[in-house]
Design a protein around this ligand. Structure first.
Ligand SMILES: NC(=O)c1ccc[n+]([C@@H]2O[C@H](COP(=O)([O-])OP(=O)(O)OC[C@H]3O[C@@H](n4cnc5c(N)ncnc54)[C@H](OP(=O)(O)O)[C@@H]3O)[C@@H](O)[C@H]2O)c1
Length: 324
């Protein structure tokens, strides 16, 4: 693994350059503020009437309409939601300066062909491996968030240096920048979202809660057991690795984990994980995302309202009120 840190990276490629951040959401807010605090000339590009204009200006940032921000910038960062990148790119392409650099924080739209950048552009990826809120708070603490970088097009011969300098300016190189590709970043990220941390783990918690309640355990105890202990194990794994976590728990818990874990996550689960990866690589999920956006997000709306009405959620709210 090739890991680069602040000391390995020349900040020069961003000197005197203007960066346009398109979108002031989770990542846009954090990256714009970190760049600004690193002394970079930043403009936040927003659509007319955007509710984010006030917020960005209050944070001391310059804002402009998207086309003006793009036209004035040497480097343009696509930090609007992935599913609108195709439409947003078509809108901005006429305003992109000849030879500008176009950056992404997720490989999806390039990997799956939603954006086909003009041939004269440098195209790079700088993908922080965590949410924007943490990217910003780590930066303010003088720390950084690990990130992947990659180059898709290198017309100037400087795309690698621009990507690395950008990763340094948003604070990620304090932790480290890892070389990757758009395909590797996009496929691994989409796989994890579905099969592991964001898809698999919550469903495992729900299944455990429902099994205990069906077996006569009170919802409060079931929730404390199955959901309440998640942050403890996450902290242990982050600090000590999975083997270290097992060594830190009681013999009772360790034997339970040893006997039970593989029984639940068996070969069937691994086979379905392989299916998910194959579907991601074939572009099936990217098409689903596109269809979901085009039809006004019906499945996301339904899933959000269904999730709010479950016994698990009601128990969670009750316990939260009790705990204050
Ligand atoms: N969420 C994360 O922390 C995270 C982590 C790693 C990578 N990423 C990547 O970072 C990128 C941005 O993700 P995000 O979660 O930060 O997005 P987000 O919070 O959903 O982005 C919201 C911003 O996008 C703007 N926007 C929405 N639709 C738009 C449109 N049609 N035209 C112009 N602007 C529009 C919004 O404008 P208004 O202000 O006008 O509403 C808002 O400023 C994605 O590629 C994502 O995969 C995100």
């Amino acid at each position: 693994m090739n890991l680069l840190k602040d000391a390995d990276i020349d900040p020069g490629p961003l000197a005197g350059k203007r960066v346009a951040i398109l979108g002031y959401g989770n990542q846009g807010r954090a990256q714009a503020q970190n760049l600004h605090d690193s002394g970079i000339d930043v403009v936040v590009g927003l659509r007319g009437g955007s509710g984010s204009t006030n917020e960005a200006e209050t944070a001391g940032l310059t804002t402009a309409l998207i086309e003006h921000a793009v036209g004035s910038a040497d480097i343009v960062m696509m930090l609007a939601p992935d599913e609108i990148h195709a439409a947003l790119y078509s809108e901005i392409e006429p305003y992109l300066q000849h030879g500008a650099a176009l950056g992404f924080s997720h490989g999806l739209s390039v990997r799956f062909g939603f954006v086909e950048p003009r041939a004269d552009l440098d195209v790079f990826l700088l993908a922080p491996k965590g949410p924007g809120t943490a990217l910003r708070s780590l930066y303010r603490e003088g720390k950084g968030m690990i990130a992947l970088w990659a180059v898709h097009q290198d017309q100037s011969g400087q795309a690698r240096e621009i990507a690395l300098a950008y990763g340094r300016a948003i604070g990620c190189a304090r932790a480290g920048l890892i070389g990757s590709t758009f395909a590797e970043e996009a496929e691994a990220d989409l796989f994890n979202e579905q099969a592991v941390v964001w898809g698999g783990v919550p469903e495992l918690l729900i299944a455990g809660f429902e099994t205990l309640v069906a077996g006569g355990i009170s919802p409060e105890v079931a929730l404390l057991e199955c959901v309440g202990e998640l942050s403890l194990i996450a902290e242990l794994i982050e600090a000590r690795g999975i083997a270290g976590m097992r060594e830190a728990i009681s013999n009772t818990a360790e034997l339970g984990a040893t006997l039970g874990g593989r029984r639940i996550v068996d070969d069937g689960v691994r086979a379905r994980m392989a299916e998910v990866l194959a579907e991601v690589r074939a572009g099936q999920f990217a098409q689903e995302l596109s269809r979901e956006e085009a039809s006004g997000y019906p499945r996301l709306e339904r899933a959000r309202s269904d999730a709010r009405s479950t016994l698990l959620e009601q128990t969670f709210e009750r316990l939260r009120e009790i705990e204050g």
